[in-house]
Design a protein around this ligand. Structure first.
Ligand code: PBG
Length: 349
C-alpha cells in the first residue's frame, strides 16, 4: 500500500513538474534557434530509404508520354525504363512500383491480359530486374488496368464478383512473381484475397514473395489522375464503393488490416495518405506490422497545381507532406514526388 502510494505520488509529481514548466525557465524557442539544434532534436526525417517511386509504363505504339492531370509525371516505354533504372540508382531509390497503361484493344470484360506472361508489366519487370536486380520491384494485383469496365474485379449484372475475381488474382500474383517481381501489392480490396494469394504462392514455391496488402484502401476521389494515367477513367462504370472502404469509417481499417495480417500479408498499406493520417496512426498504434502509405495521384496533383500557381515551393511542400505522413506512423511512402525529392536530398547532403 505505502509503496503503491509512493509510486503514485512520484508519477503525480513528475506530471506536476512538467505541467508546471514555465517561462522563463522554459523557452521552447531555445531548441529552435539554429539548423543544428533543430536537426538534432528532430523526431522524424525523410530519406530515400522511406520512398517508393510509382512508375507508369506504356506500350511502344502509345505516344502519350505526358499525363495531363499529373504535372511532371510520365508514362515510360520499356526501353525508356533504362533511364528510370539509372536515375533510381544514381539517387538511391531502392523500390519501384509499376503500373501499366494497357492498350485499349487488349482490355475486355474478364481482364484476361492480366494473365498474359508477355503483357506490358511482366515485360517491364523482367527488363528492370535484368538491369538492376537490387532494385525492389513492386507490382499491383488488381484487374483494373485490363478490364474494359475499369473495375478491379469481374463485373456481372452490375455486381463485382468476389471469389471468382480472387481466382484470377492469385494467378496474376504468381505470374508477377515468376516474372521477377519481389513484391505483389493487391490493391483490389476483394475479401479473402491475401490468404488465397499467400497459399497459392507457398504451394508454388514462392516462399519469399512479399505481399503489401492495400488493407485500408478507401473509395476516394483522389485517385482520378491515376485513372487518367492508366487509361481507365473514361472506361470506369459507376464507382468502387462496394469493395473499397467508406471514407466515413475508421475502426473498420483495423478489421481489414488484422484480416490481411492473419492471411499472410507482410506489410499493410493505408491509402490515400494526407487526408487519412488518422488512419495511419490508428493502424500503427494497434498493429505491430510495418505500415506503408500511398500519397496518391490526386494529392500529388493538388499540390502541384499549387506549385504552378505560385502558392507553394515544390520541394518544401513535398518534404513537409511526406514528413507528416511519416510522423503519422508510415514506415515508407509511395509518392510521385520520389524522383524530385531523391535528387533534392542528394544535392543537399
Ligand atoms: C488500382 C489502383 C488505383 C491506385 C493504385 N492502384 C486506383 C483505383 O483503385 O481506382 C491509385 C493510385 C493513385 O491514385 O495514385 N487498383
Amino acid at each position: 500500500m505505502t509503496i503503491l502510494l509512493e509510486i503514485c505520488i512520484k508519477i503525480g509529481n513528475m506530471g506536476f513538474m512538467i505541467n508546471n514548466a514555465s517561462f522563463p525557465q522554459t523557452r521552447l524557442r531555445r531548441n529552435r534557434q539554429s539548423f543544428a539544434i533543430r536537426s538534432l532534436i528532430a523526431e522524424y526525417s525523410i530519406t530515400t530509404d522511406d520512398l517508393i517511386w510509382p512508375v507508369f509504363v506504356r506500350d511502344n505504339a502509345d505516344n502519350e508520354r505526358a499525363i495531363k492531370t499529373m504535372p511532371n509525371v510520365f508514362r515510360y516505354t520499356i526501353d525508356e525504363l533504362d533511364a528510370v533504372v539509372d536515375y533510381a540508382k544514381k539517387y538511391h531509390i531502392h523500390a519501384l512500383a509499376l503500373f501499366p497503361k494497357t492498350p485499349t484493344h487488349l482490355k475486355n470484360p474478364g481482364g484476361g491480359e492480366a494473365l498474359n506472361p508477355d503483357n506490358l508489366v511482366c515485360r517491364a519487370v523482367r527488363y528492370i530486374k535484368q538491369r538492376a536486380p537490387e532494385i525492389m520491384v513492386i507490382t499491383d494485383v488488381a484487374l483494373d488496368p485490363y478490364t474494359d469496365h475499369g473495375h478491379d474485379g469481374l463485373l456481372e449484372n452490375g455486381i463485382i464478383l468476389n471469389d471468382e475475381t480472387n481466382d484470377i488474382l492469385k494467378k496474376q500474383a504468381k505470374l508477377l512473381i515468376e516474372s521477377g517481381a519481389d513484391c505483389v501489392a493487391p490493391s483490389d480490396m476483394m475479401d479473402g484475397r491475401i490468404g488465397i494469394i499467400r497459399e497459392y504462392l507457398e504451394e508454388s514455391g514462392h516462399k519469399n514473395a512479399l505481399i503489401i496488402a492495400y488493407s485500408a484502401k478507401y473509395a476516394s476521389s483522389f485517385y482520378g489522375p491515376f485513372r487518367d494515367a492508366v487509361g481507365s477513367n473514361s472506361l470506369l462504370r459507376g464507382d468502387k464503393k462496394t469493395y473499397q472502404m467508406d471514407p466515413a469509417n475508421a475502426s473498420e481499417a483495423i478489421r481489414e488490416a488484422t484480416l490481411d495480417i492473419n492471411e499472410g500479408a507482410d506489410i499493410i498499406m493505408v491509402k490515400p495518405a494526407m487526408p487519412y493520417l488518422d488512419i495511419i496512426r490508428l493502424v500503427r498504434d494497434k498493429l505491430p506490422v510495418p505500415i506503408f502509405a500511398y500519397q496518391v495521384s490526386g494529392e500529388y496533383s493538388m499540390l502541384m497545381n499549387g506549385v504552378s500557381a505560385g502558392y507553394f515551393d515544390e520541394t518544401k511542400i513535398a518534404m513537409e507532406s511526406l514528413l507528416c505522413i511519416k510522423r503519422a506512423g508510415a514506415s515508407a511512402i509511395f509518392s510521385y514526388f520520389t524522383p524530385k525529392i531523391a535528387q533534392y536530398i542528394k544535392d543537399n547532403q
